[in-house]
Design a protein around this ligand. Structure first.
Ligand SMILES: Nc1nc2c(ncn2[C@@H]2O[C@H](COP(=O)(O)O[C@H]3[C@@H](O)[C@H](n4cnc5c(=O)[nH]c(N)nc54)O[C@@H]3COP(=O)(O)O)[C@@H](O)[C@H]2O)c(=O)[nH]1
Length: 631
């Protein structure tokens, strides 16, 4: 495409188009006016004047067709024709007595409307110079200027015509100015509307229309200022839905969105107008309560919230049960600025999650210290991975009827170079929170399968190995892959591997878990429910999942000989397990009396200090060999 050597005079915008249209109108008007005065002058015998006026009208006609392409050229031609024409007309007729002098202001208006500032000032200077020149020409007798006496009818007509054209120019300018102002106002309104829209987008969550984190923070700042003035407390609640990912994965994202909207409505319905419910990310909500007199009011609000959330939501015709973990920080006790309160509520929420979900926790200052400790532990754990600091110990599991060792539970041990032995009860939650559990869990699976296969190769018999699997490992895809790799690389038969899951996991991740367990079970891997009796004990879930064994929680087993209630509970669990076709393993067997009671109740397996604590691999092998030698 050829590059244009000359840019068009007028920019192609609506304002420029309007200017062009206006100039054409003005030119036609002037041509019309000059034609009229040409006719009048011809009729009254002023042929010379008519000729001059005709010349001006012709020049104006020349300017008309070039308006579109050469706007500035057309303006310049018009202004020059009018200026020269008027000066000659004035000089030729009555000099400064001539009515055509009145047309100078109209000419200046024309230049102001269409020309540049330079053109306007130039014309002004020329007009003033022409007036001065005409005066001196008259004084010097070079031009004879005499007022026409008596006055005839042409004079008021021409003056009227000039004033009418000048008035029309003013009217057009004012009209254009008003139109521009109106346009500016419309633009301003549109701009304000888009600002408001942008503000809404910047402060609201687009799915639920709840305030987002930024607006929630502003509102919290306001509530805190109010509380400082009037007294009272402000509660910041961090609420995280426990099983949202499962719902999203199983019912689809549109169902997940619908559920979030329903949860948002429910939360909004729980609080007062002056309180705030905000959505801060996927399944995380903030509830801000102001003007509270005591903590009882907060507890009452939490109770109301959890009660309403506990009712089934209907999403795409499916009843969905929702639970939430809540962390609460209260001002001024837990902080008096938004950032601190939000951080503390967040920490408390994680504590609620650690405590098994579907519960709430108030912030307490020890959480702050433990966060620092946890950061240290996470850093240490990261460097411990792949080193000899981490190892597996094995606690024997026995068949109660025969007294045979049938396998072992693999329990992870960490010997920190400075802190010494650290309990898995302390570092597993840290690994879960930091995401290290995936790497750690995969290593445990590999190592446990390798060790169990080596027992077979040593001739210890077909011992099984039980591995603890965290709920966090289940939530991320990949567990099945890790299991398959561990079995394939060790050569251990799938039937010899047992995965231990906690009971609360069954509640939280129902449908996703059901599918994974079914596939693992089909491959031959055994599934046991750990710490049974401490969770929700929903029998329906047990029936639906591919589970092989229940492990009765050691807290009941340890107390069963001293507490009839615990004994009754252990017995009931064993009977219930049998009704469901499951084997039962008792953990925490510490004495012969407990063992005898368990055997009476028909419990299949047991493990505990009565036989042995968890042992390092070599000690475990020695223990099994000694046990088998005794048998
Ligand atoms: N996700 C993973 N969790 C793991 C792994 N390894 C361990 N853990 C979990 O850590 C928790 C604490 O375990 P630990 O300190 O090893 O305690 C175990 C036993 O030593 C203890 N036990 C066994 N017998 C007795 C007994 O007779 N009395 C008594 N007081 N304690 C006893 O119980 C723990 C076994 O618990 P459980 O897993 O519930 O069978 C614990 O929750 C481990 O699960 C890991 O690799 N991954």
């Amino acid at each position: 495409m050829p590059i244009p050597t000359r840019l068009p005079d007028a920019p192609p915008d609506p304002l420029a188009n309007r200017q062009r249209r206006r100039l054409c109108q003005v030119l036609w008007l002037l041509v019309g006016a000059f034609t009229l005065v040409v006719g009048i002058n011809l009729a009254s015998g002023a042929a010379r004047t008519a000729e001059l006026e005709g010349l001006i009208a012709s020049l104006l006609l020349v300017a008309l067709p070039i308006v579109r392409r050469h706007f500035r050229g057309a303006v310049a031609l018009t202004a020059a024709s009018l200026l020269l024409g008027l000066i000659v007309l004035i000089a030729h007729n009555q000099g400064l007595y001539d009515e055509a002098v009145l047309a100078f202001p109209a000419l200046l208006l024309f230049a102001g409307m269409f020309g540049s500032r330079r053109m306007f000032l130039g014309l002004m200077a020329i007009v003033l110079a022409a007036i001065v020149a005409l005066f001196f020409l008259h004084q010097g007798g070079l031009v004879v200027s005499q007022p026409l006496v008596p006055m005839d009818w042409r004079r008021p007509f021409v003056i009227g015509l000039i004033l009418a054209i000048t008035g029309l120019f003013v009217w057009l300018i004012v009209g254009d100015l008003n139109a521009t102002v109106r346009q500016l106002e419309e633009d301003k309104e549109a701009l304000e509307q888009s600002h408001a829209q942008i503000e809404i987008l910047a402060q609201r969550d687009s799915l639920t229309n709840l305030p987002n984190r930024a607006l929630a923070k502003d509102r919290l700042t306001y509530l805190l200022q109010q509380a400082r003035r009037n007294g009272g407390m402000v509660a910041v609640m961090f609420l995280d839905l426990d099983n949202f990912k499962t719902i999203n994965d199983s019912l689809g994202h549109s169902a997940g969105d619908a559920l979030l909207c329903q949860v948002a409505d429910t939360l909004r319905g729980c609080v007062r107008e002056s309180d705030t419910v905000a959505r801060v990310s996927g399944d995380e909500f903030l509830v801000l309560l102001g003007e509270l007199q005591d903590e009882d009011a907060i507890v009452a609000a939490v109770a109301k919230l959890t009660h309403l959330l506990g009712q089934a939501f209907v999403v795409e015709d499916v009843d969905v049960l929702v639970t939430a973990s809540l962390g609460i920080a209260v001002s001024p006790r837990d902080g008096d600025d938004p950032d601190t309160l939000l951080k503390h509520a967040d920490m408390a929420m994680y504590r609620a999650k650690d405590a098994g979900r579907n519960t709430f926790r108030f912030f307490d200052p020890s959480m702050n210290e433990s966060v620092v400790e946890q950061l240290h532990l996470a850093a240490g754990l990261r460097s411990a991975l792949g080193s000899e600091q981490l190892m597996l110990h094995y606690q024997p599991q026995l068949e109660l009827a025969s007294g045979r060792i049938v396998g072992a539970e693999a329990l992870l041990r960490w010997r920190h170079p400075e802190l010494g032995w650290i309990s898995p009860a302390r570092f597993i939650p840290v690994a879960e929170r930091s995401g290290l559990i995936h790497e750690l869990g995969a290593w445990v699976l590999r190592q446990a399968c390798m060790d169990a296969q080596s027992w077979r190769e040593l001739g210890l018999g077909e011992l099984g190995v039980a591995v603890n699997v965290s709920a966090v490992q289940f939530r991320r895809d990949g567990l099945e892959r890790h299991v398959a790799r561990a079995l394939a690389s060790s050569g251990l038969p799938a039937q010899a591997l047992e995965l231990e899951l906690t009971e609360s996991l069954l509640m939280a991740d129902a449908s996703h878990l059901g599918n994974v367990l079914q596939r693992l079970s089909t491959s031959g891997v055994q599934i046991a429910i750990d710490d049974f009796g401490t969770g929700y004990s929903n029998l329906g879930y047990l029936r639906n999942f591919a589970v092989d064994r229940l492990k009765v929680d050691q807290s009941f087993v340890r107390r069963m000989t001293s507490n009839p209630h615990d004994e009754g509970l252990v017995r009931a669990i064993i009977e219930m397990g049998h009704c469901l076709g499951l084997q039962v393993v008792a953990e925490g067997v510490e004495d012969a009396q407990t063992l005898a009671r368990l055997a009476d109740f028909g419990c299949e397996r047991g493990q505990g200090f009565h036989w042995s604590p968890a042992l390092p691999p070599q000690d475990f092998i020695a223990f099994v060999q000694a046990h088998q030698a005794r048998a």
